[in-house]
Structure formats: C-alpha cells, structure tokens
Ligand binder design. Structure first.
Ligand code: PLZ
Length: 460
C-alpha cells in the first residue's frame, strides 16, 4: 500500500472556526505591544497572532481557526508541523545547534547537497551551497555566475521578484513597496542589472505571440542594448511569484535557455517560490524540460525552517576559490535536518501529485465561476492561471483588462472575515493567489474555495 496525503493524521482538527468579531482581545493586546517596539516597515496582512498551526489550519491566540491558503508565502508545503520535520528538528537540536560548516562540518549538510544534486533537473555533475534566505541564494548565484564567466551584466525580467537585499532589489521589478515608497528610495541599487520583457500571455498586445517569439523579443533587446558577450547571467522565475503568478507562454523558457547556452550565459532559475513540488513537479522548469545552469531554492525546502540553496553545474560552482562562498549560518544543522525530513515527506506523500490534484480541483471550480460571472455581465475574473498549487486569479474591471486592485483587496478582506487566509500579488496588485499547504485536505480546500467564490460574487 502506498501512503498518500490522505493518510496524514493531523494534530489539529482541520476545520475553520472564527468568531464574528476577531481580532480577539489577546491579538489586540499583542498588536499594541508590537506597535511600541516593532518597526512600522514590517507589515502583516492578518491582524491576529498565531498560537498553533498544522496542515491547512492556523489557530490564533484567541481560539479562532483559519484556513491557510498562503503557506506563509509558499513555505509550509508539508504543513507547519509535519511530524517528520518536527522529529528531525528535535533529534538534531538535542545534539548541537551550530558549529558552522566553514569551521567544523557535519554530515547533514553533505547529505542535503546529495539530495539537491539528485532532485534538481539535469544529470550533469553538480555542486551545492547552502544559505539562509532566498535573497541570499540569489545573491550567491549571481556572484558565482560573474566570477565564473568574468562578465558583469545580469539580465532580469519585467514583473520579477528576487528579494530585498541591495542586489536583489535591483533585480526586482516593482518599486513600491520593495524599492521605494512615499518617503523615498532604498537605493542606490547595484549596477549592471538590465531588465527585459517577460512573456505574459494575458497581457500581450499580440495575443498570438508565441513563447519563442516572446523569447526572441527579450533576446533582441539584450543583444542590441547590452551585447550577449557581456552578459554573465540571465535570471528568471520559471513561474513568476510576487509579480503575479505569471506563467510564460509555452516555448519561452526553452528558447531562452538554448540562447543562453549558445552564448556562454549562465541561466539562473529562481525557484525560491516555485520549487519543491509546489507546481506539481519538483521544480517548475521540469514542465518544459529546461535544465538551468544554476537553480536557487528556499521556502518549501525545509518545512518552515530557514534554509536556502544554490545547486548548479560543477564547473561553474567549482570555479570559485576556497573561502569565496559561505556565511556563518549557511546550512545550519537543524535546518538541514528539517530539509532532509521535508524532502522525505514530499516523496512519501507524493506531494507533487497532490499539487496536481489541487490544480485540478481548484481550476475546475475557478473556471466555472469565471464563466458564471461572465454570463452575468460581471466578467471580473480576467485570467485564471498557474500550475499545481501555485494558482492565481487576475481581477479586472468587468469586461475590460484594466487591473482592479480595489476588488482584489476587498475579496481578500472578505475571505479573511470568514476565516480564510488568502494572499494577493501582482505588479498591479490585482492578483489573488492560492498557495495552500500541499497536505491540505480536499474538504478544507473546498471550504476555502466556497468562501473565495462567495467573496468574489459579493464584490464583483
Ligand atoms: N525569489 C522568486 O519569491 C520571496 C517575499 C515576500 P527570501 N518571495 C516572498 C516579501 O514581501 O518579502 C522570494 C521569491 C523569489 C527570491 C525571494 C526572496 O526570498 O527568503 O524572502 O529572501
């Protein structure tokens, strides 16, 4: 008998239950304490404080139970308290919390590198380095690409999100809130970063533009404005995350990858959000058989513990001198143990298959709703897209393609009021995104989707 996600026994009852007037007194008190001590620049989208979380449910300190359709931004794919992850963390932490791999190394780092080299696309010789955050992985992928190629320029795309550090802000497309705000700019930003057009099927001026043509549009711009011979790396999210869950047209990624290969340019796939079964494959590039030179990973990799990684061609990674890569906490032993266990759970429960099941269940329902609303002259669901459990609805003013961020905010707020946590994203702030834990039960997911459908109907 094979185990499936349906065999998972949850510690918390998988049921939504919220009082009409949350946040309750304990969350309100915490918000007040927070205001006095936590910087205003750190915002939270939900006004309650967490007491417990398991599977698809988050409990707050006042006894409310929310359905989690965000997974802490695509992190808790195996759930927020997967027994295997918790067991591995407890076991590891009872021995040592830290020694620093750069000083006194340990096995779990090596074992995780073996797993990542096995799971990432391509059967070429690979090497791995571990870090703490997605941004740090991106920074290091670019460091490696520049040193290995001896070139400076890095190409990123419209709608890209790669992080909040100085280089990754430069790579990120959206100004507010990541790069600047009403009070000013977080810049100046790192130099030698260039931006080219993404393939964004829903918003292409020419709806017939193929993926290969969209790739050629970007390539021509690189060749004319930078010069292919000066480009160290092209970095791309195979499905863009914060930018709006944009799935490029079929053929876009393979054409870009082929051109990069022909020109000695390092193709970096930023799979920080799309990796680890989220899209129904181990990595989103697998859907089109693309093999990146370097892949960046974080979020879902370690079941909620802070860990990130880059895995790539051995000749690129090993071009860096000893001591050129590292960091005090990179590949922390407790986080490595969590990652090994999370990968084990993904395999044991076939969470890639589970993500494909979520896609089938959710997109069927979302397309039916899109049709229903269009029939009622309320065509606000401009586009339903995504892969696996990385799904999105782009909301527009009825019958147009004009972004509707107000409706998006209203829908997310209405869902929250009913006890369903839903995140938004998009360059235009008009995308509802679904990122449920992959272990969520069908019953809970359906309940969440009922609430979402009700919220869209009521506000359309
Ligand atoms: N690359 C593709 O999605 C993180 C950021 C949310 P860190 N996305 C969520 C926010 O508002 O800060 C992300 C990503 C992709 C890189 C990153 C950065 O990962 O772990 O947040 O540094």
């Amino acid at each position: 008998m094979t185990t499936t996600a349906h065999d998972i026994v949850f510690r918390l009852e998988q049921k939504r239950r919220v009082q009409a007037d949350f946040p309750g007194p304990k969350s309100i008190a915490l918000t007040e304490r927070r205001r006095a001590v936590v910087a205003a620049g750190v915002a939270s989208s939900v006004p309650v404080y967490v007491a417990d979380a398991d599977g698809g449910i988050i409990h707050d300190v006042d006894g409310n139970a929310f359905i989690d359709l965000g997974s802490g931004i695509a992190v808790t794919s195996v759930g927020a308290s997967d027994p295997a992850v918790i067991g591995a963390v407890k076991e590891a932490v009872e021995h040592f919390t830290h020694t620093c791999f750069m000083v006194t190394p340990y096995e779990s780092y090596v074992a995780l590198a073996e797993q990542l080299n096995r799971l990432t696309p391509g059967d070429h010789e690979k090497r791995t380095v571990l870090f703490n955050s997605g941004a740090e992985a991106v920074e290091n992928a670019v460091k490696v690409a520049r040193l290995a190629t001896g070139r400076d320029a890095v190409v990123a795309f419209d709608h890209a999100y790669h992080g909040r550090t100085n280089l990754t802000m430069a790579l990120t497309a959206k100004a507010m809130p990541y790069k600047s705000g009403p009070a000013g700019s977080f810049g100046p930003f790192a130099p030698e970063v260039y931006r080219v057009p993404m393939s964004y099927p829903y918003r292409e001026e020419n709806p017939d533009l193929t993926g290969a043509e969209a790739a050629q549009r970007a390539i021509t711009m690189i060749e004319k404005q930078i010069g292919a011979g000066l480009v160290a790396a092209v970095i791309i999210e195979p499905i863009q995350g914060e930018g709006g869950f944009i799935v490029p047209a079929e053929g876009f990624l393979p054409a870009l990858a082929a051109w990069a290969r022909d020109n000695g340019i390092v193709l970096i796939a930023d799979e920080v959000q799309s990796g680890f079964c989220r899209t129904g494959e181990w990595f989103a590039v697998n859907h089109e058989g693309v093999v990146p030179d370097i892949i960046t990973m974080a979020k879902g990799i370690a079941g909620g513990m802070p860990l990130s990684a880059i895995t790539g061609r051995a000749d690129l990674l090993d071009a860096v001198h000893a001591g050129g890569l590292g960091g005090t906490y990179g590949g922390n032993p407790v986080a490595c143990a969590a990652a090994l266990a999370a990968i084990g759970s993904m395999e044991e429960y076939n969470l890639a298959g589970r993500a494909r099941h979520i896609e089938e269940l959710a997109t069927g329902r979302l397309h039916a709703l899109q049709k229903e609303l269009a029939g009622a002259r309320k065509a606000v669901m401009g586009d339903v897209r995504g892969r696996g459990a990385m799904l999105a609805i782009e909301l527009v003013h009825a019958g147009t393609k004009q972004p509707n961020p107000e409706l998006t905010k209203a829908v997310a707020a209405a869902c929250l009021q009913e006890g369903v946590i839903i995140l938004t994203c998009g360059t235009y702030g008009n995308v509802i995104r679904l990122l449920p834990p992959l272990v969520i039960t069908d019953e809970l997911l359906n309940d969440g989707l009922d609430v979402l459908a009700g919220a869209i109907r009521a506000n359309a």
